[in-house]
Design a protein around this ligand. Sequence first.
Ligand code: CP
Length: 317
Amino acid sequence: MKGFQRKDLVSIDSLSKDEILMILDTADSMKQILRRDRKKVPPLQGKTAVMLFIEASTRTRTSFELAAKRLSADTISLTPDASSLTKGETLFDTVKNLEAMQVDYVVLRHPQSGAAERLAKQVDASVVNAGDGWHEHPTQALLDLMTIRERFQKFDGLNVLIVGDIAHSRVARSNIYGLNKLGAKVMVAGPGTLIPPGLTGDSEYPVEVYNRLEDALPKADVIMMLRIQLERIGQSLFPSEGEYARFFGLNAARLKLAKNHAIVMHPGPVNRGLEIASDVVDGSSSVILPQVENGVATRMAVLYLLNRSPEAIRGDA
Ligand code: CP
């Protein structure tokens, strides 16, 4: 494979295995830069990146902004309440106006599934999906893949268990795509109401479904806990938070069922005591903070590769 040939990053589904590995290899190099005393390098000097977050975010927004700054880009952060989106302007018009100011990247978080892909087709700027509805969160999956590879140096033969609200999780979807492309086996566990119907072993992205966490844990090398999205689930899809924690929460006793080398991941923000107990969040198996560190390196890699791609040259898109 010659180079990264894309203007945008909107999904893991659309990436090849080679493209994913190229991002992970580049992220490894970026991490070396981030661990230096002087962390700033020049590749995006003269470029401008806008962070357009229509939904709340701590990790993704901060790490994209930091990533762009580390690569010497200028950055601007826009939130819906501080933009003309509140006055009825469409997302398309907002971004066309930003482009008129010669913006090169739009990092978009949006509550609607497909928003990033639609926008990417309409504008010349490089669009990076920072999470769109229930669809995908590609850079979260990339930083998760980087963290898994750092621990195990491989994907073949690994069993990755994703636990929780699979149906409404863009993190789960992007990881299911990425892990399958790289050769890991994916298992999911959660209440039946939070597992999408039709999630079978026959698809392009096979998963094994478990209704009891205890049945899946002994097989897992990686345990990826998902946040219960209390703000996104309009009606209760499980009897109570206490009931959820009792059957699907990861606590120290349950973690003992897993392999000794198993690592615990969580994309954040964490609901301590709901999907994961505090002592597991802070315990020796947890790689939750290394995931956050890898988020900056991964997002540097994505911005860097999109900038180098011939497809990113304005007018070729
Ligand atoms: N993991 C993640 O997307 O976190 P934020 O919502 O804080 O960006």
